[in-house]
Design a protein around this ligand. Structure first.
Ligand code: DGY
Length: 323
């Protein structure tokens, strides 16, 4: 059986697929496939391992023969799940294994923003480190701050653990349901969205992109935040409104921002966010450690192996296909 892979993936994944007896073809060009190219490549395939492609209705309807689509990500907002479910195509994802790496990235961005780290690094490369000024280059402290987690699941929990341990931060969170583990272990407190905005010194976003969360952090939300607040997003760029975020930063409505995700991605090199001192931006590297990317691709390969052998898919996003 044949597996089409939309990017070059770590060896760990290829080995599993090949050891299971499948023929694997990877897309090796350094550009996205067009929808037509993806449809064409998938005609040959029984399974798709997808990284970075939008899987829309047109693609899914033309590829309904696929026995499994395994995403090399935990997020699945890039897939038209409703159509996949209607066509009874199982969609697998990679939960759990990237929580720590992604939380590390959120923590890094929080710290980088609070100390203007990326901006100050650029001043050195631009030859502007001339002498010591006690009143220059000042950041702001994090110790004893309140961290507000928007979406306290596995990744949010790791960010909360790191922040509580390193900076004695108090944890509040906004979720649809209580996170008992976080309440017991960290004394975390469930609050309304407005309370999260008003009480947090740092807000870290760890929720999925859904119609409910899209554009949730807009000017109205930023205006409710503290003037010293840092906004961190390692989830999806569309959860914040970028124009509003730029305004909030330029008008000092909030202190700073740390972004691993932008809207659109890739971010254009001319983007004003890249030049603001209290802003740290990374190119969507949340899960990008050797260990984590190996673990993710192994889960994706396991999903494919199960799907092509007619077995239960270990990490299935749309169990409704079996109803
Ligand atoms: C994920 O796994 O969802 C990461 O953000 C990569 O897209």
């Amino acid at each position: 059986m044949n597996v089409f892979v939309t990017r070059i993936i770590p060896e760990a994944g290829l080995q599993l697929l090949e050891a299971a007896g499948f023929k694997v073809k990877q897309w090796t060009e350094k550009r996205k496939l067009t929808n037509e190219e993806l449809i064409e490549e998938c005609r040959w395939a029984d399974a798709l391992l997808n990284s970075g492609q939008q899987l829309n209705r047109e693609f899914l309807e033309a590829s309904a023969h696929l026995k499994i689509i395994a995403l090399n990500s935990v997020g699945y907002d890039n897939v038209d799940i409703e159509t996949a479910t209607r066509l009874k195509i199982p969609i697998g994802n990679t939960p759990g294994v990237l929580s720590e790496a992604t939380a590390d990235t959120a923590f890094l961005l929080m710290l980088a923003s609070s100390r203007n780290a990326f901006f100050l690094n650029r001043t050195i490369t631009e030859g502007k480190w001339n002498f010591h000024e006690p009143t220059a280059n000042l950041g702001r402290a994090l110790t004893g701050n309140t961290l507000g987690v928007f979406g306290l699941g596995k990744i949010g929990m790791e960010m909360a653990r790191r922040s509580a341990a390193a900076f004695k931060m108090k944890i509040i969170y906004h979720n649809r349901s209580k996170n008992i583990e976080a309440e017991e272990e960290l004394g975390a407190k469930l609050v309304s969205f407005d309370e999260l905005l008003q009480q947090s010194d740092v807000i870290s976003v760890h929720t999925a992109l859904t119609p409910d969360t899209e554009g949730k952090f807009n000017l109205e939300a930023f205006k409710k935040m503290k003037p010293g607040a840092i906004f961190v997003n390692t989830a999806r760029g569309a959860i914040h409104n970028e124009t509003d975020l730029i305004k909030a930063l330029q008008e000092k409505i909030i202190w700073g921002a740390g972004l691993d995700v932008t809207n659109p991605e890739p971010m254009h090199a001319d983007n004003v966010l890249l030049r603001l001192p209290n802003v740290a931006v990374l190119p969507h590297i949340g899960s990008a450690t050797v260990e984590t990317r190996d673990a993710m691709v192994k889960l994706a390969a396991e999903n494919i192996i199960a799907g092509l052998n007619g077995k239960k898919i270990p990490h299935l996003v749309n169990p409704e296909i079996y109803q």
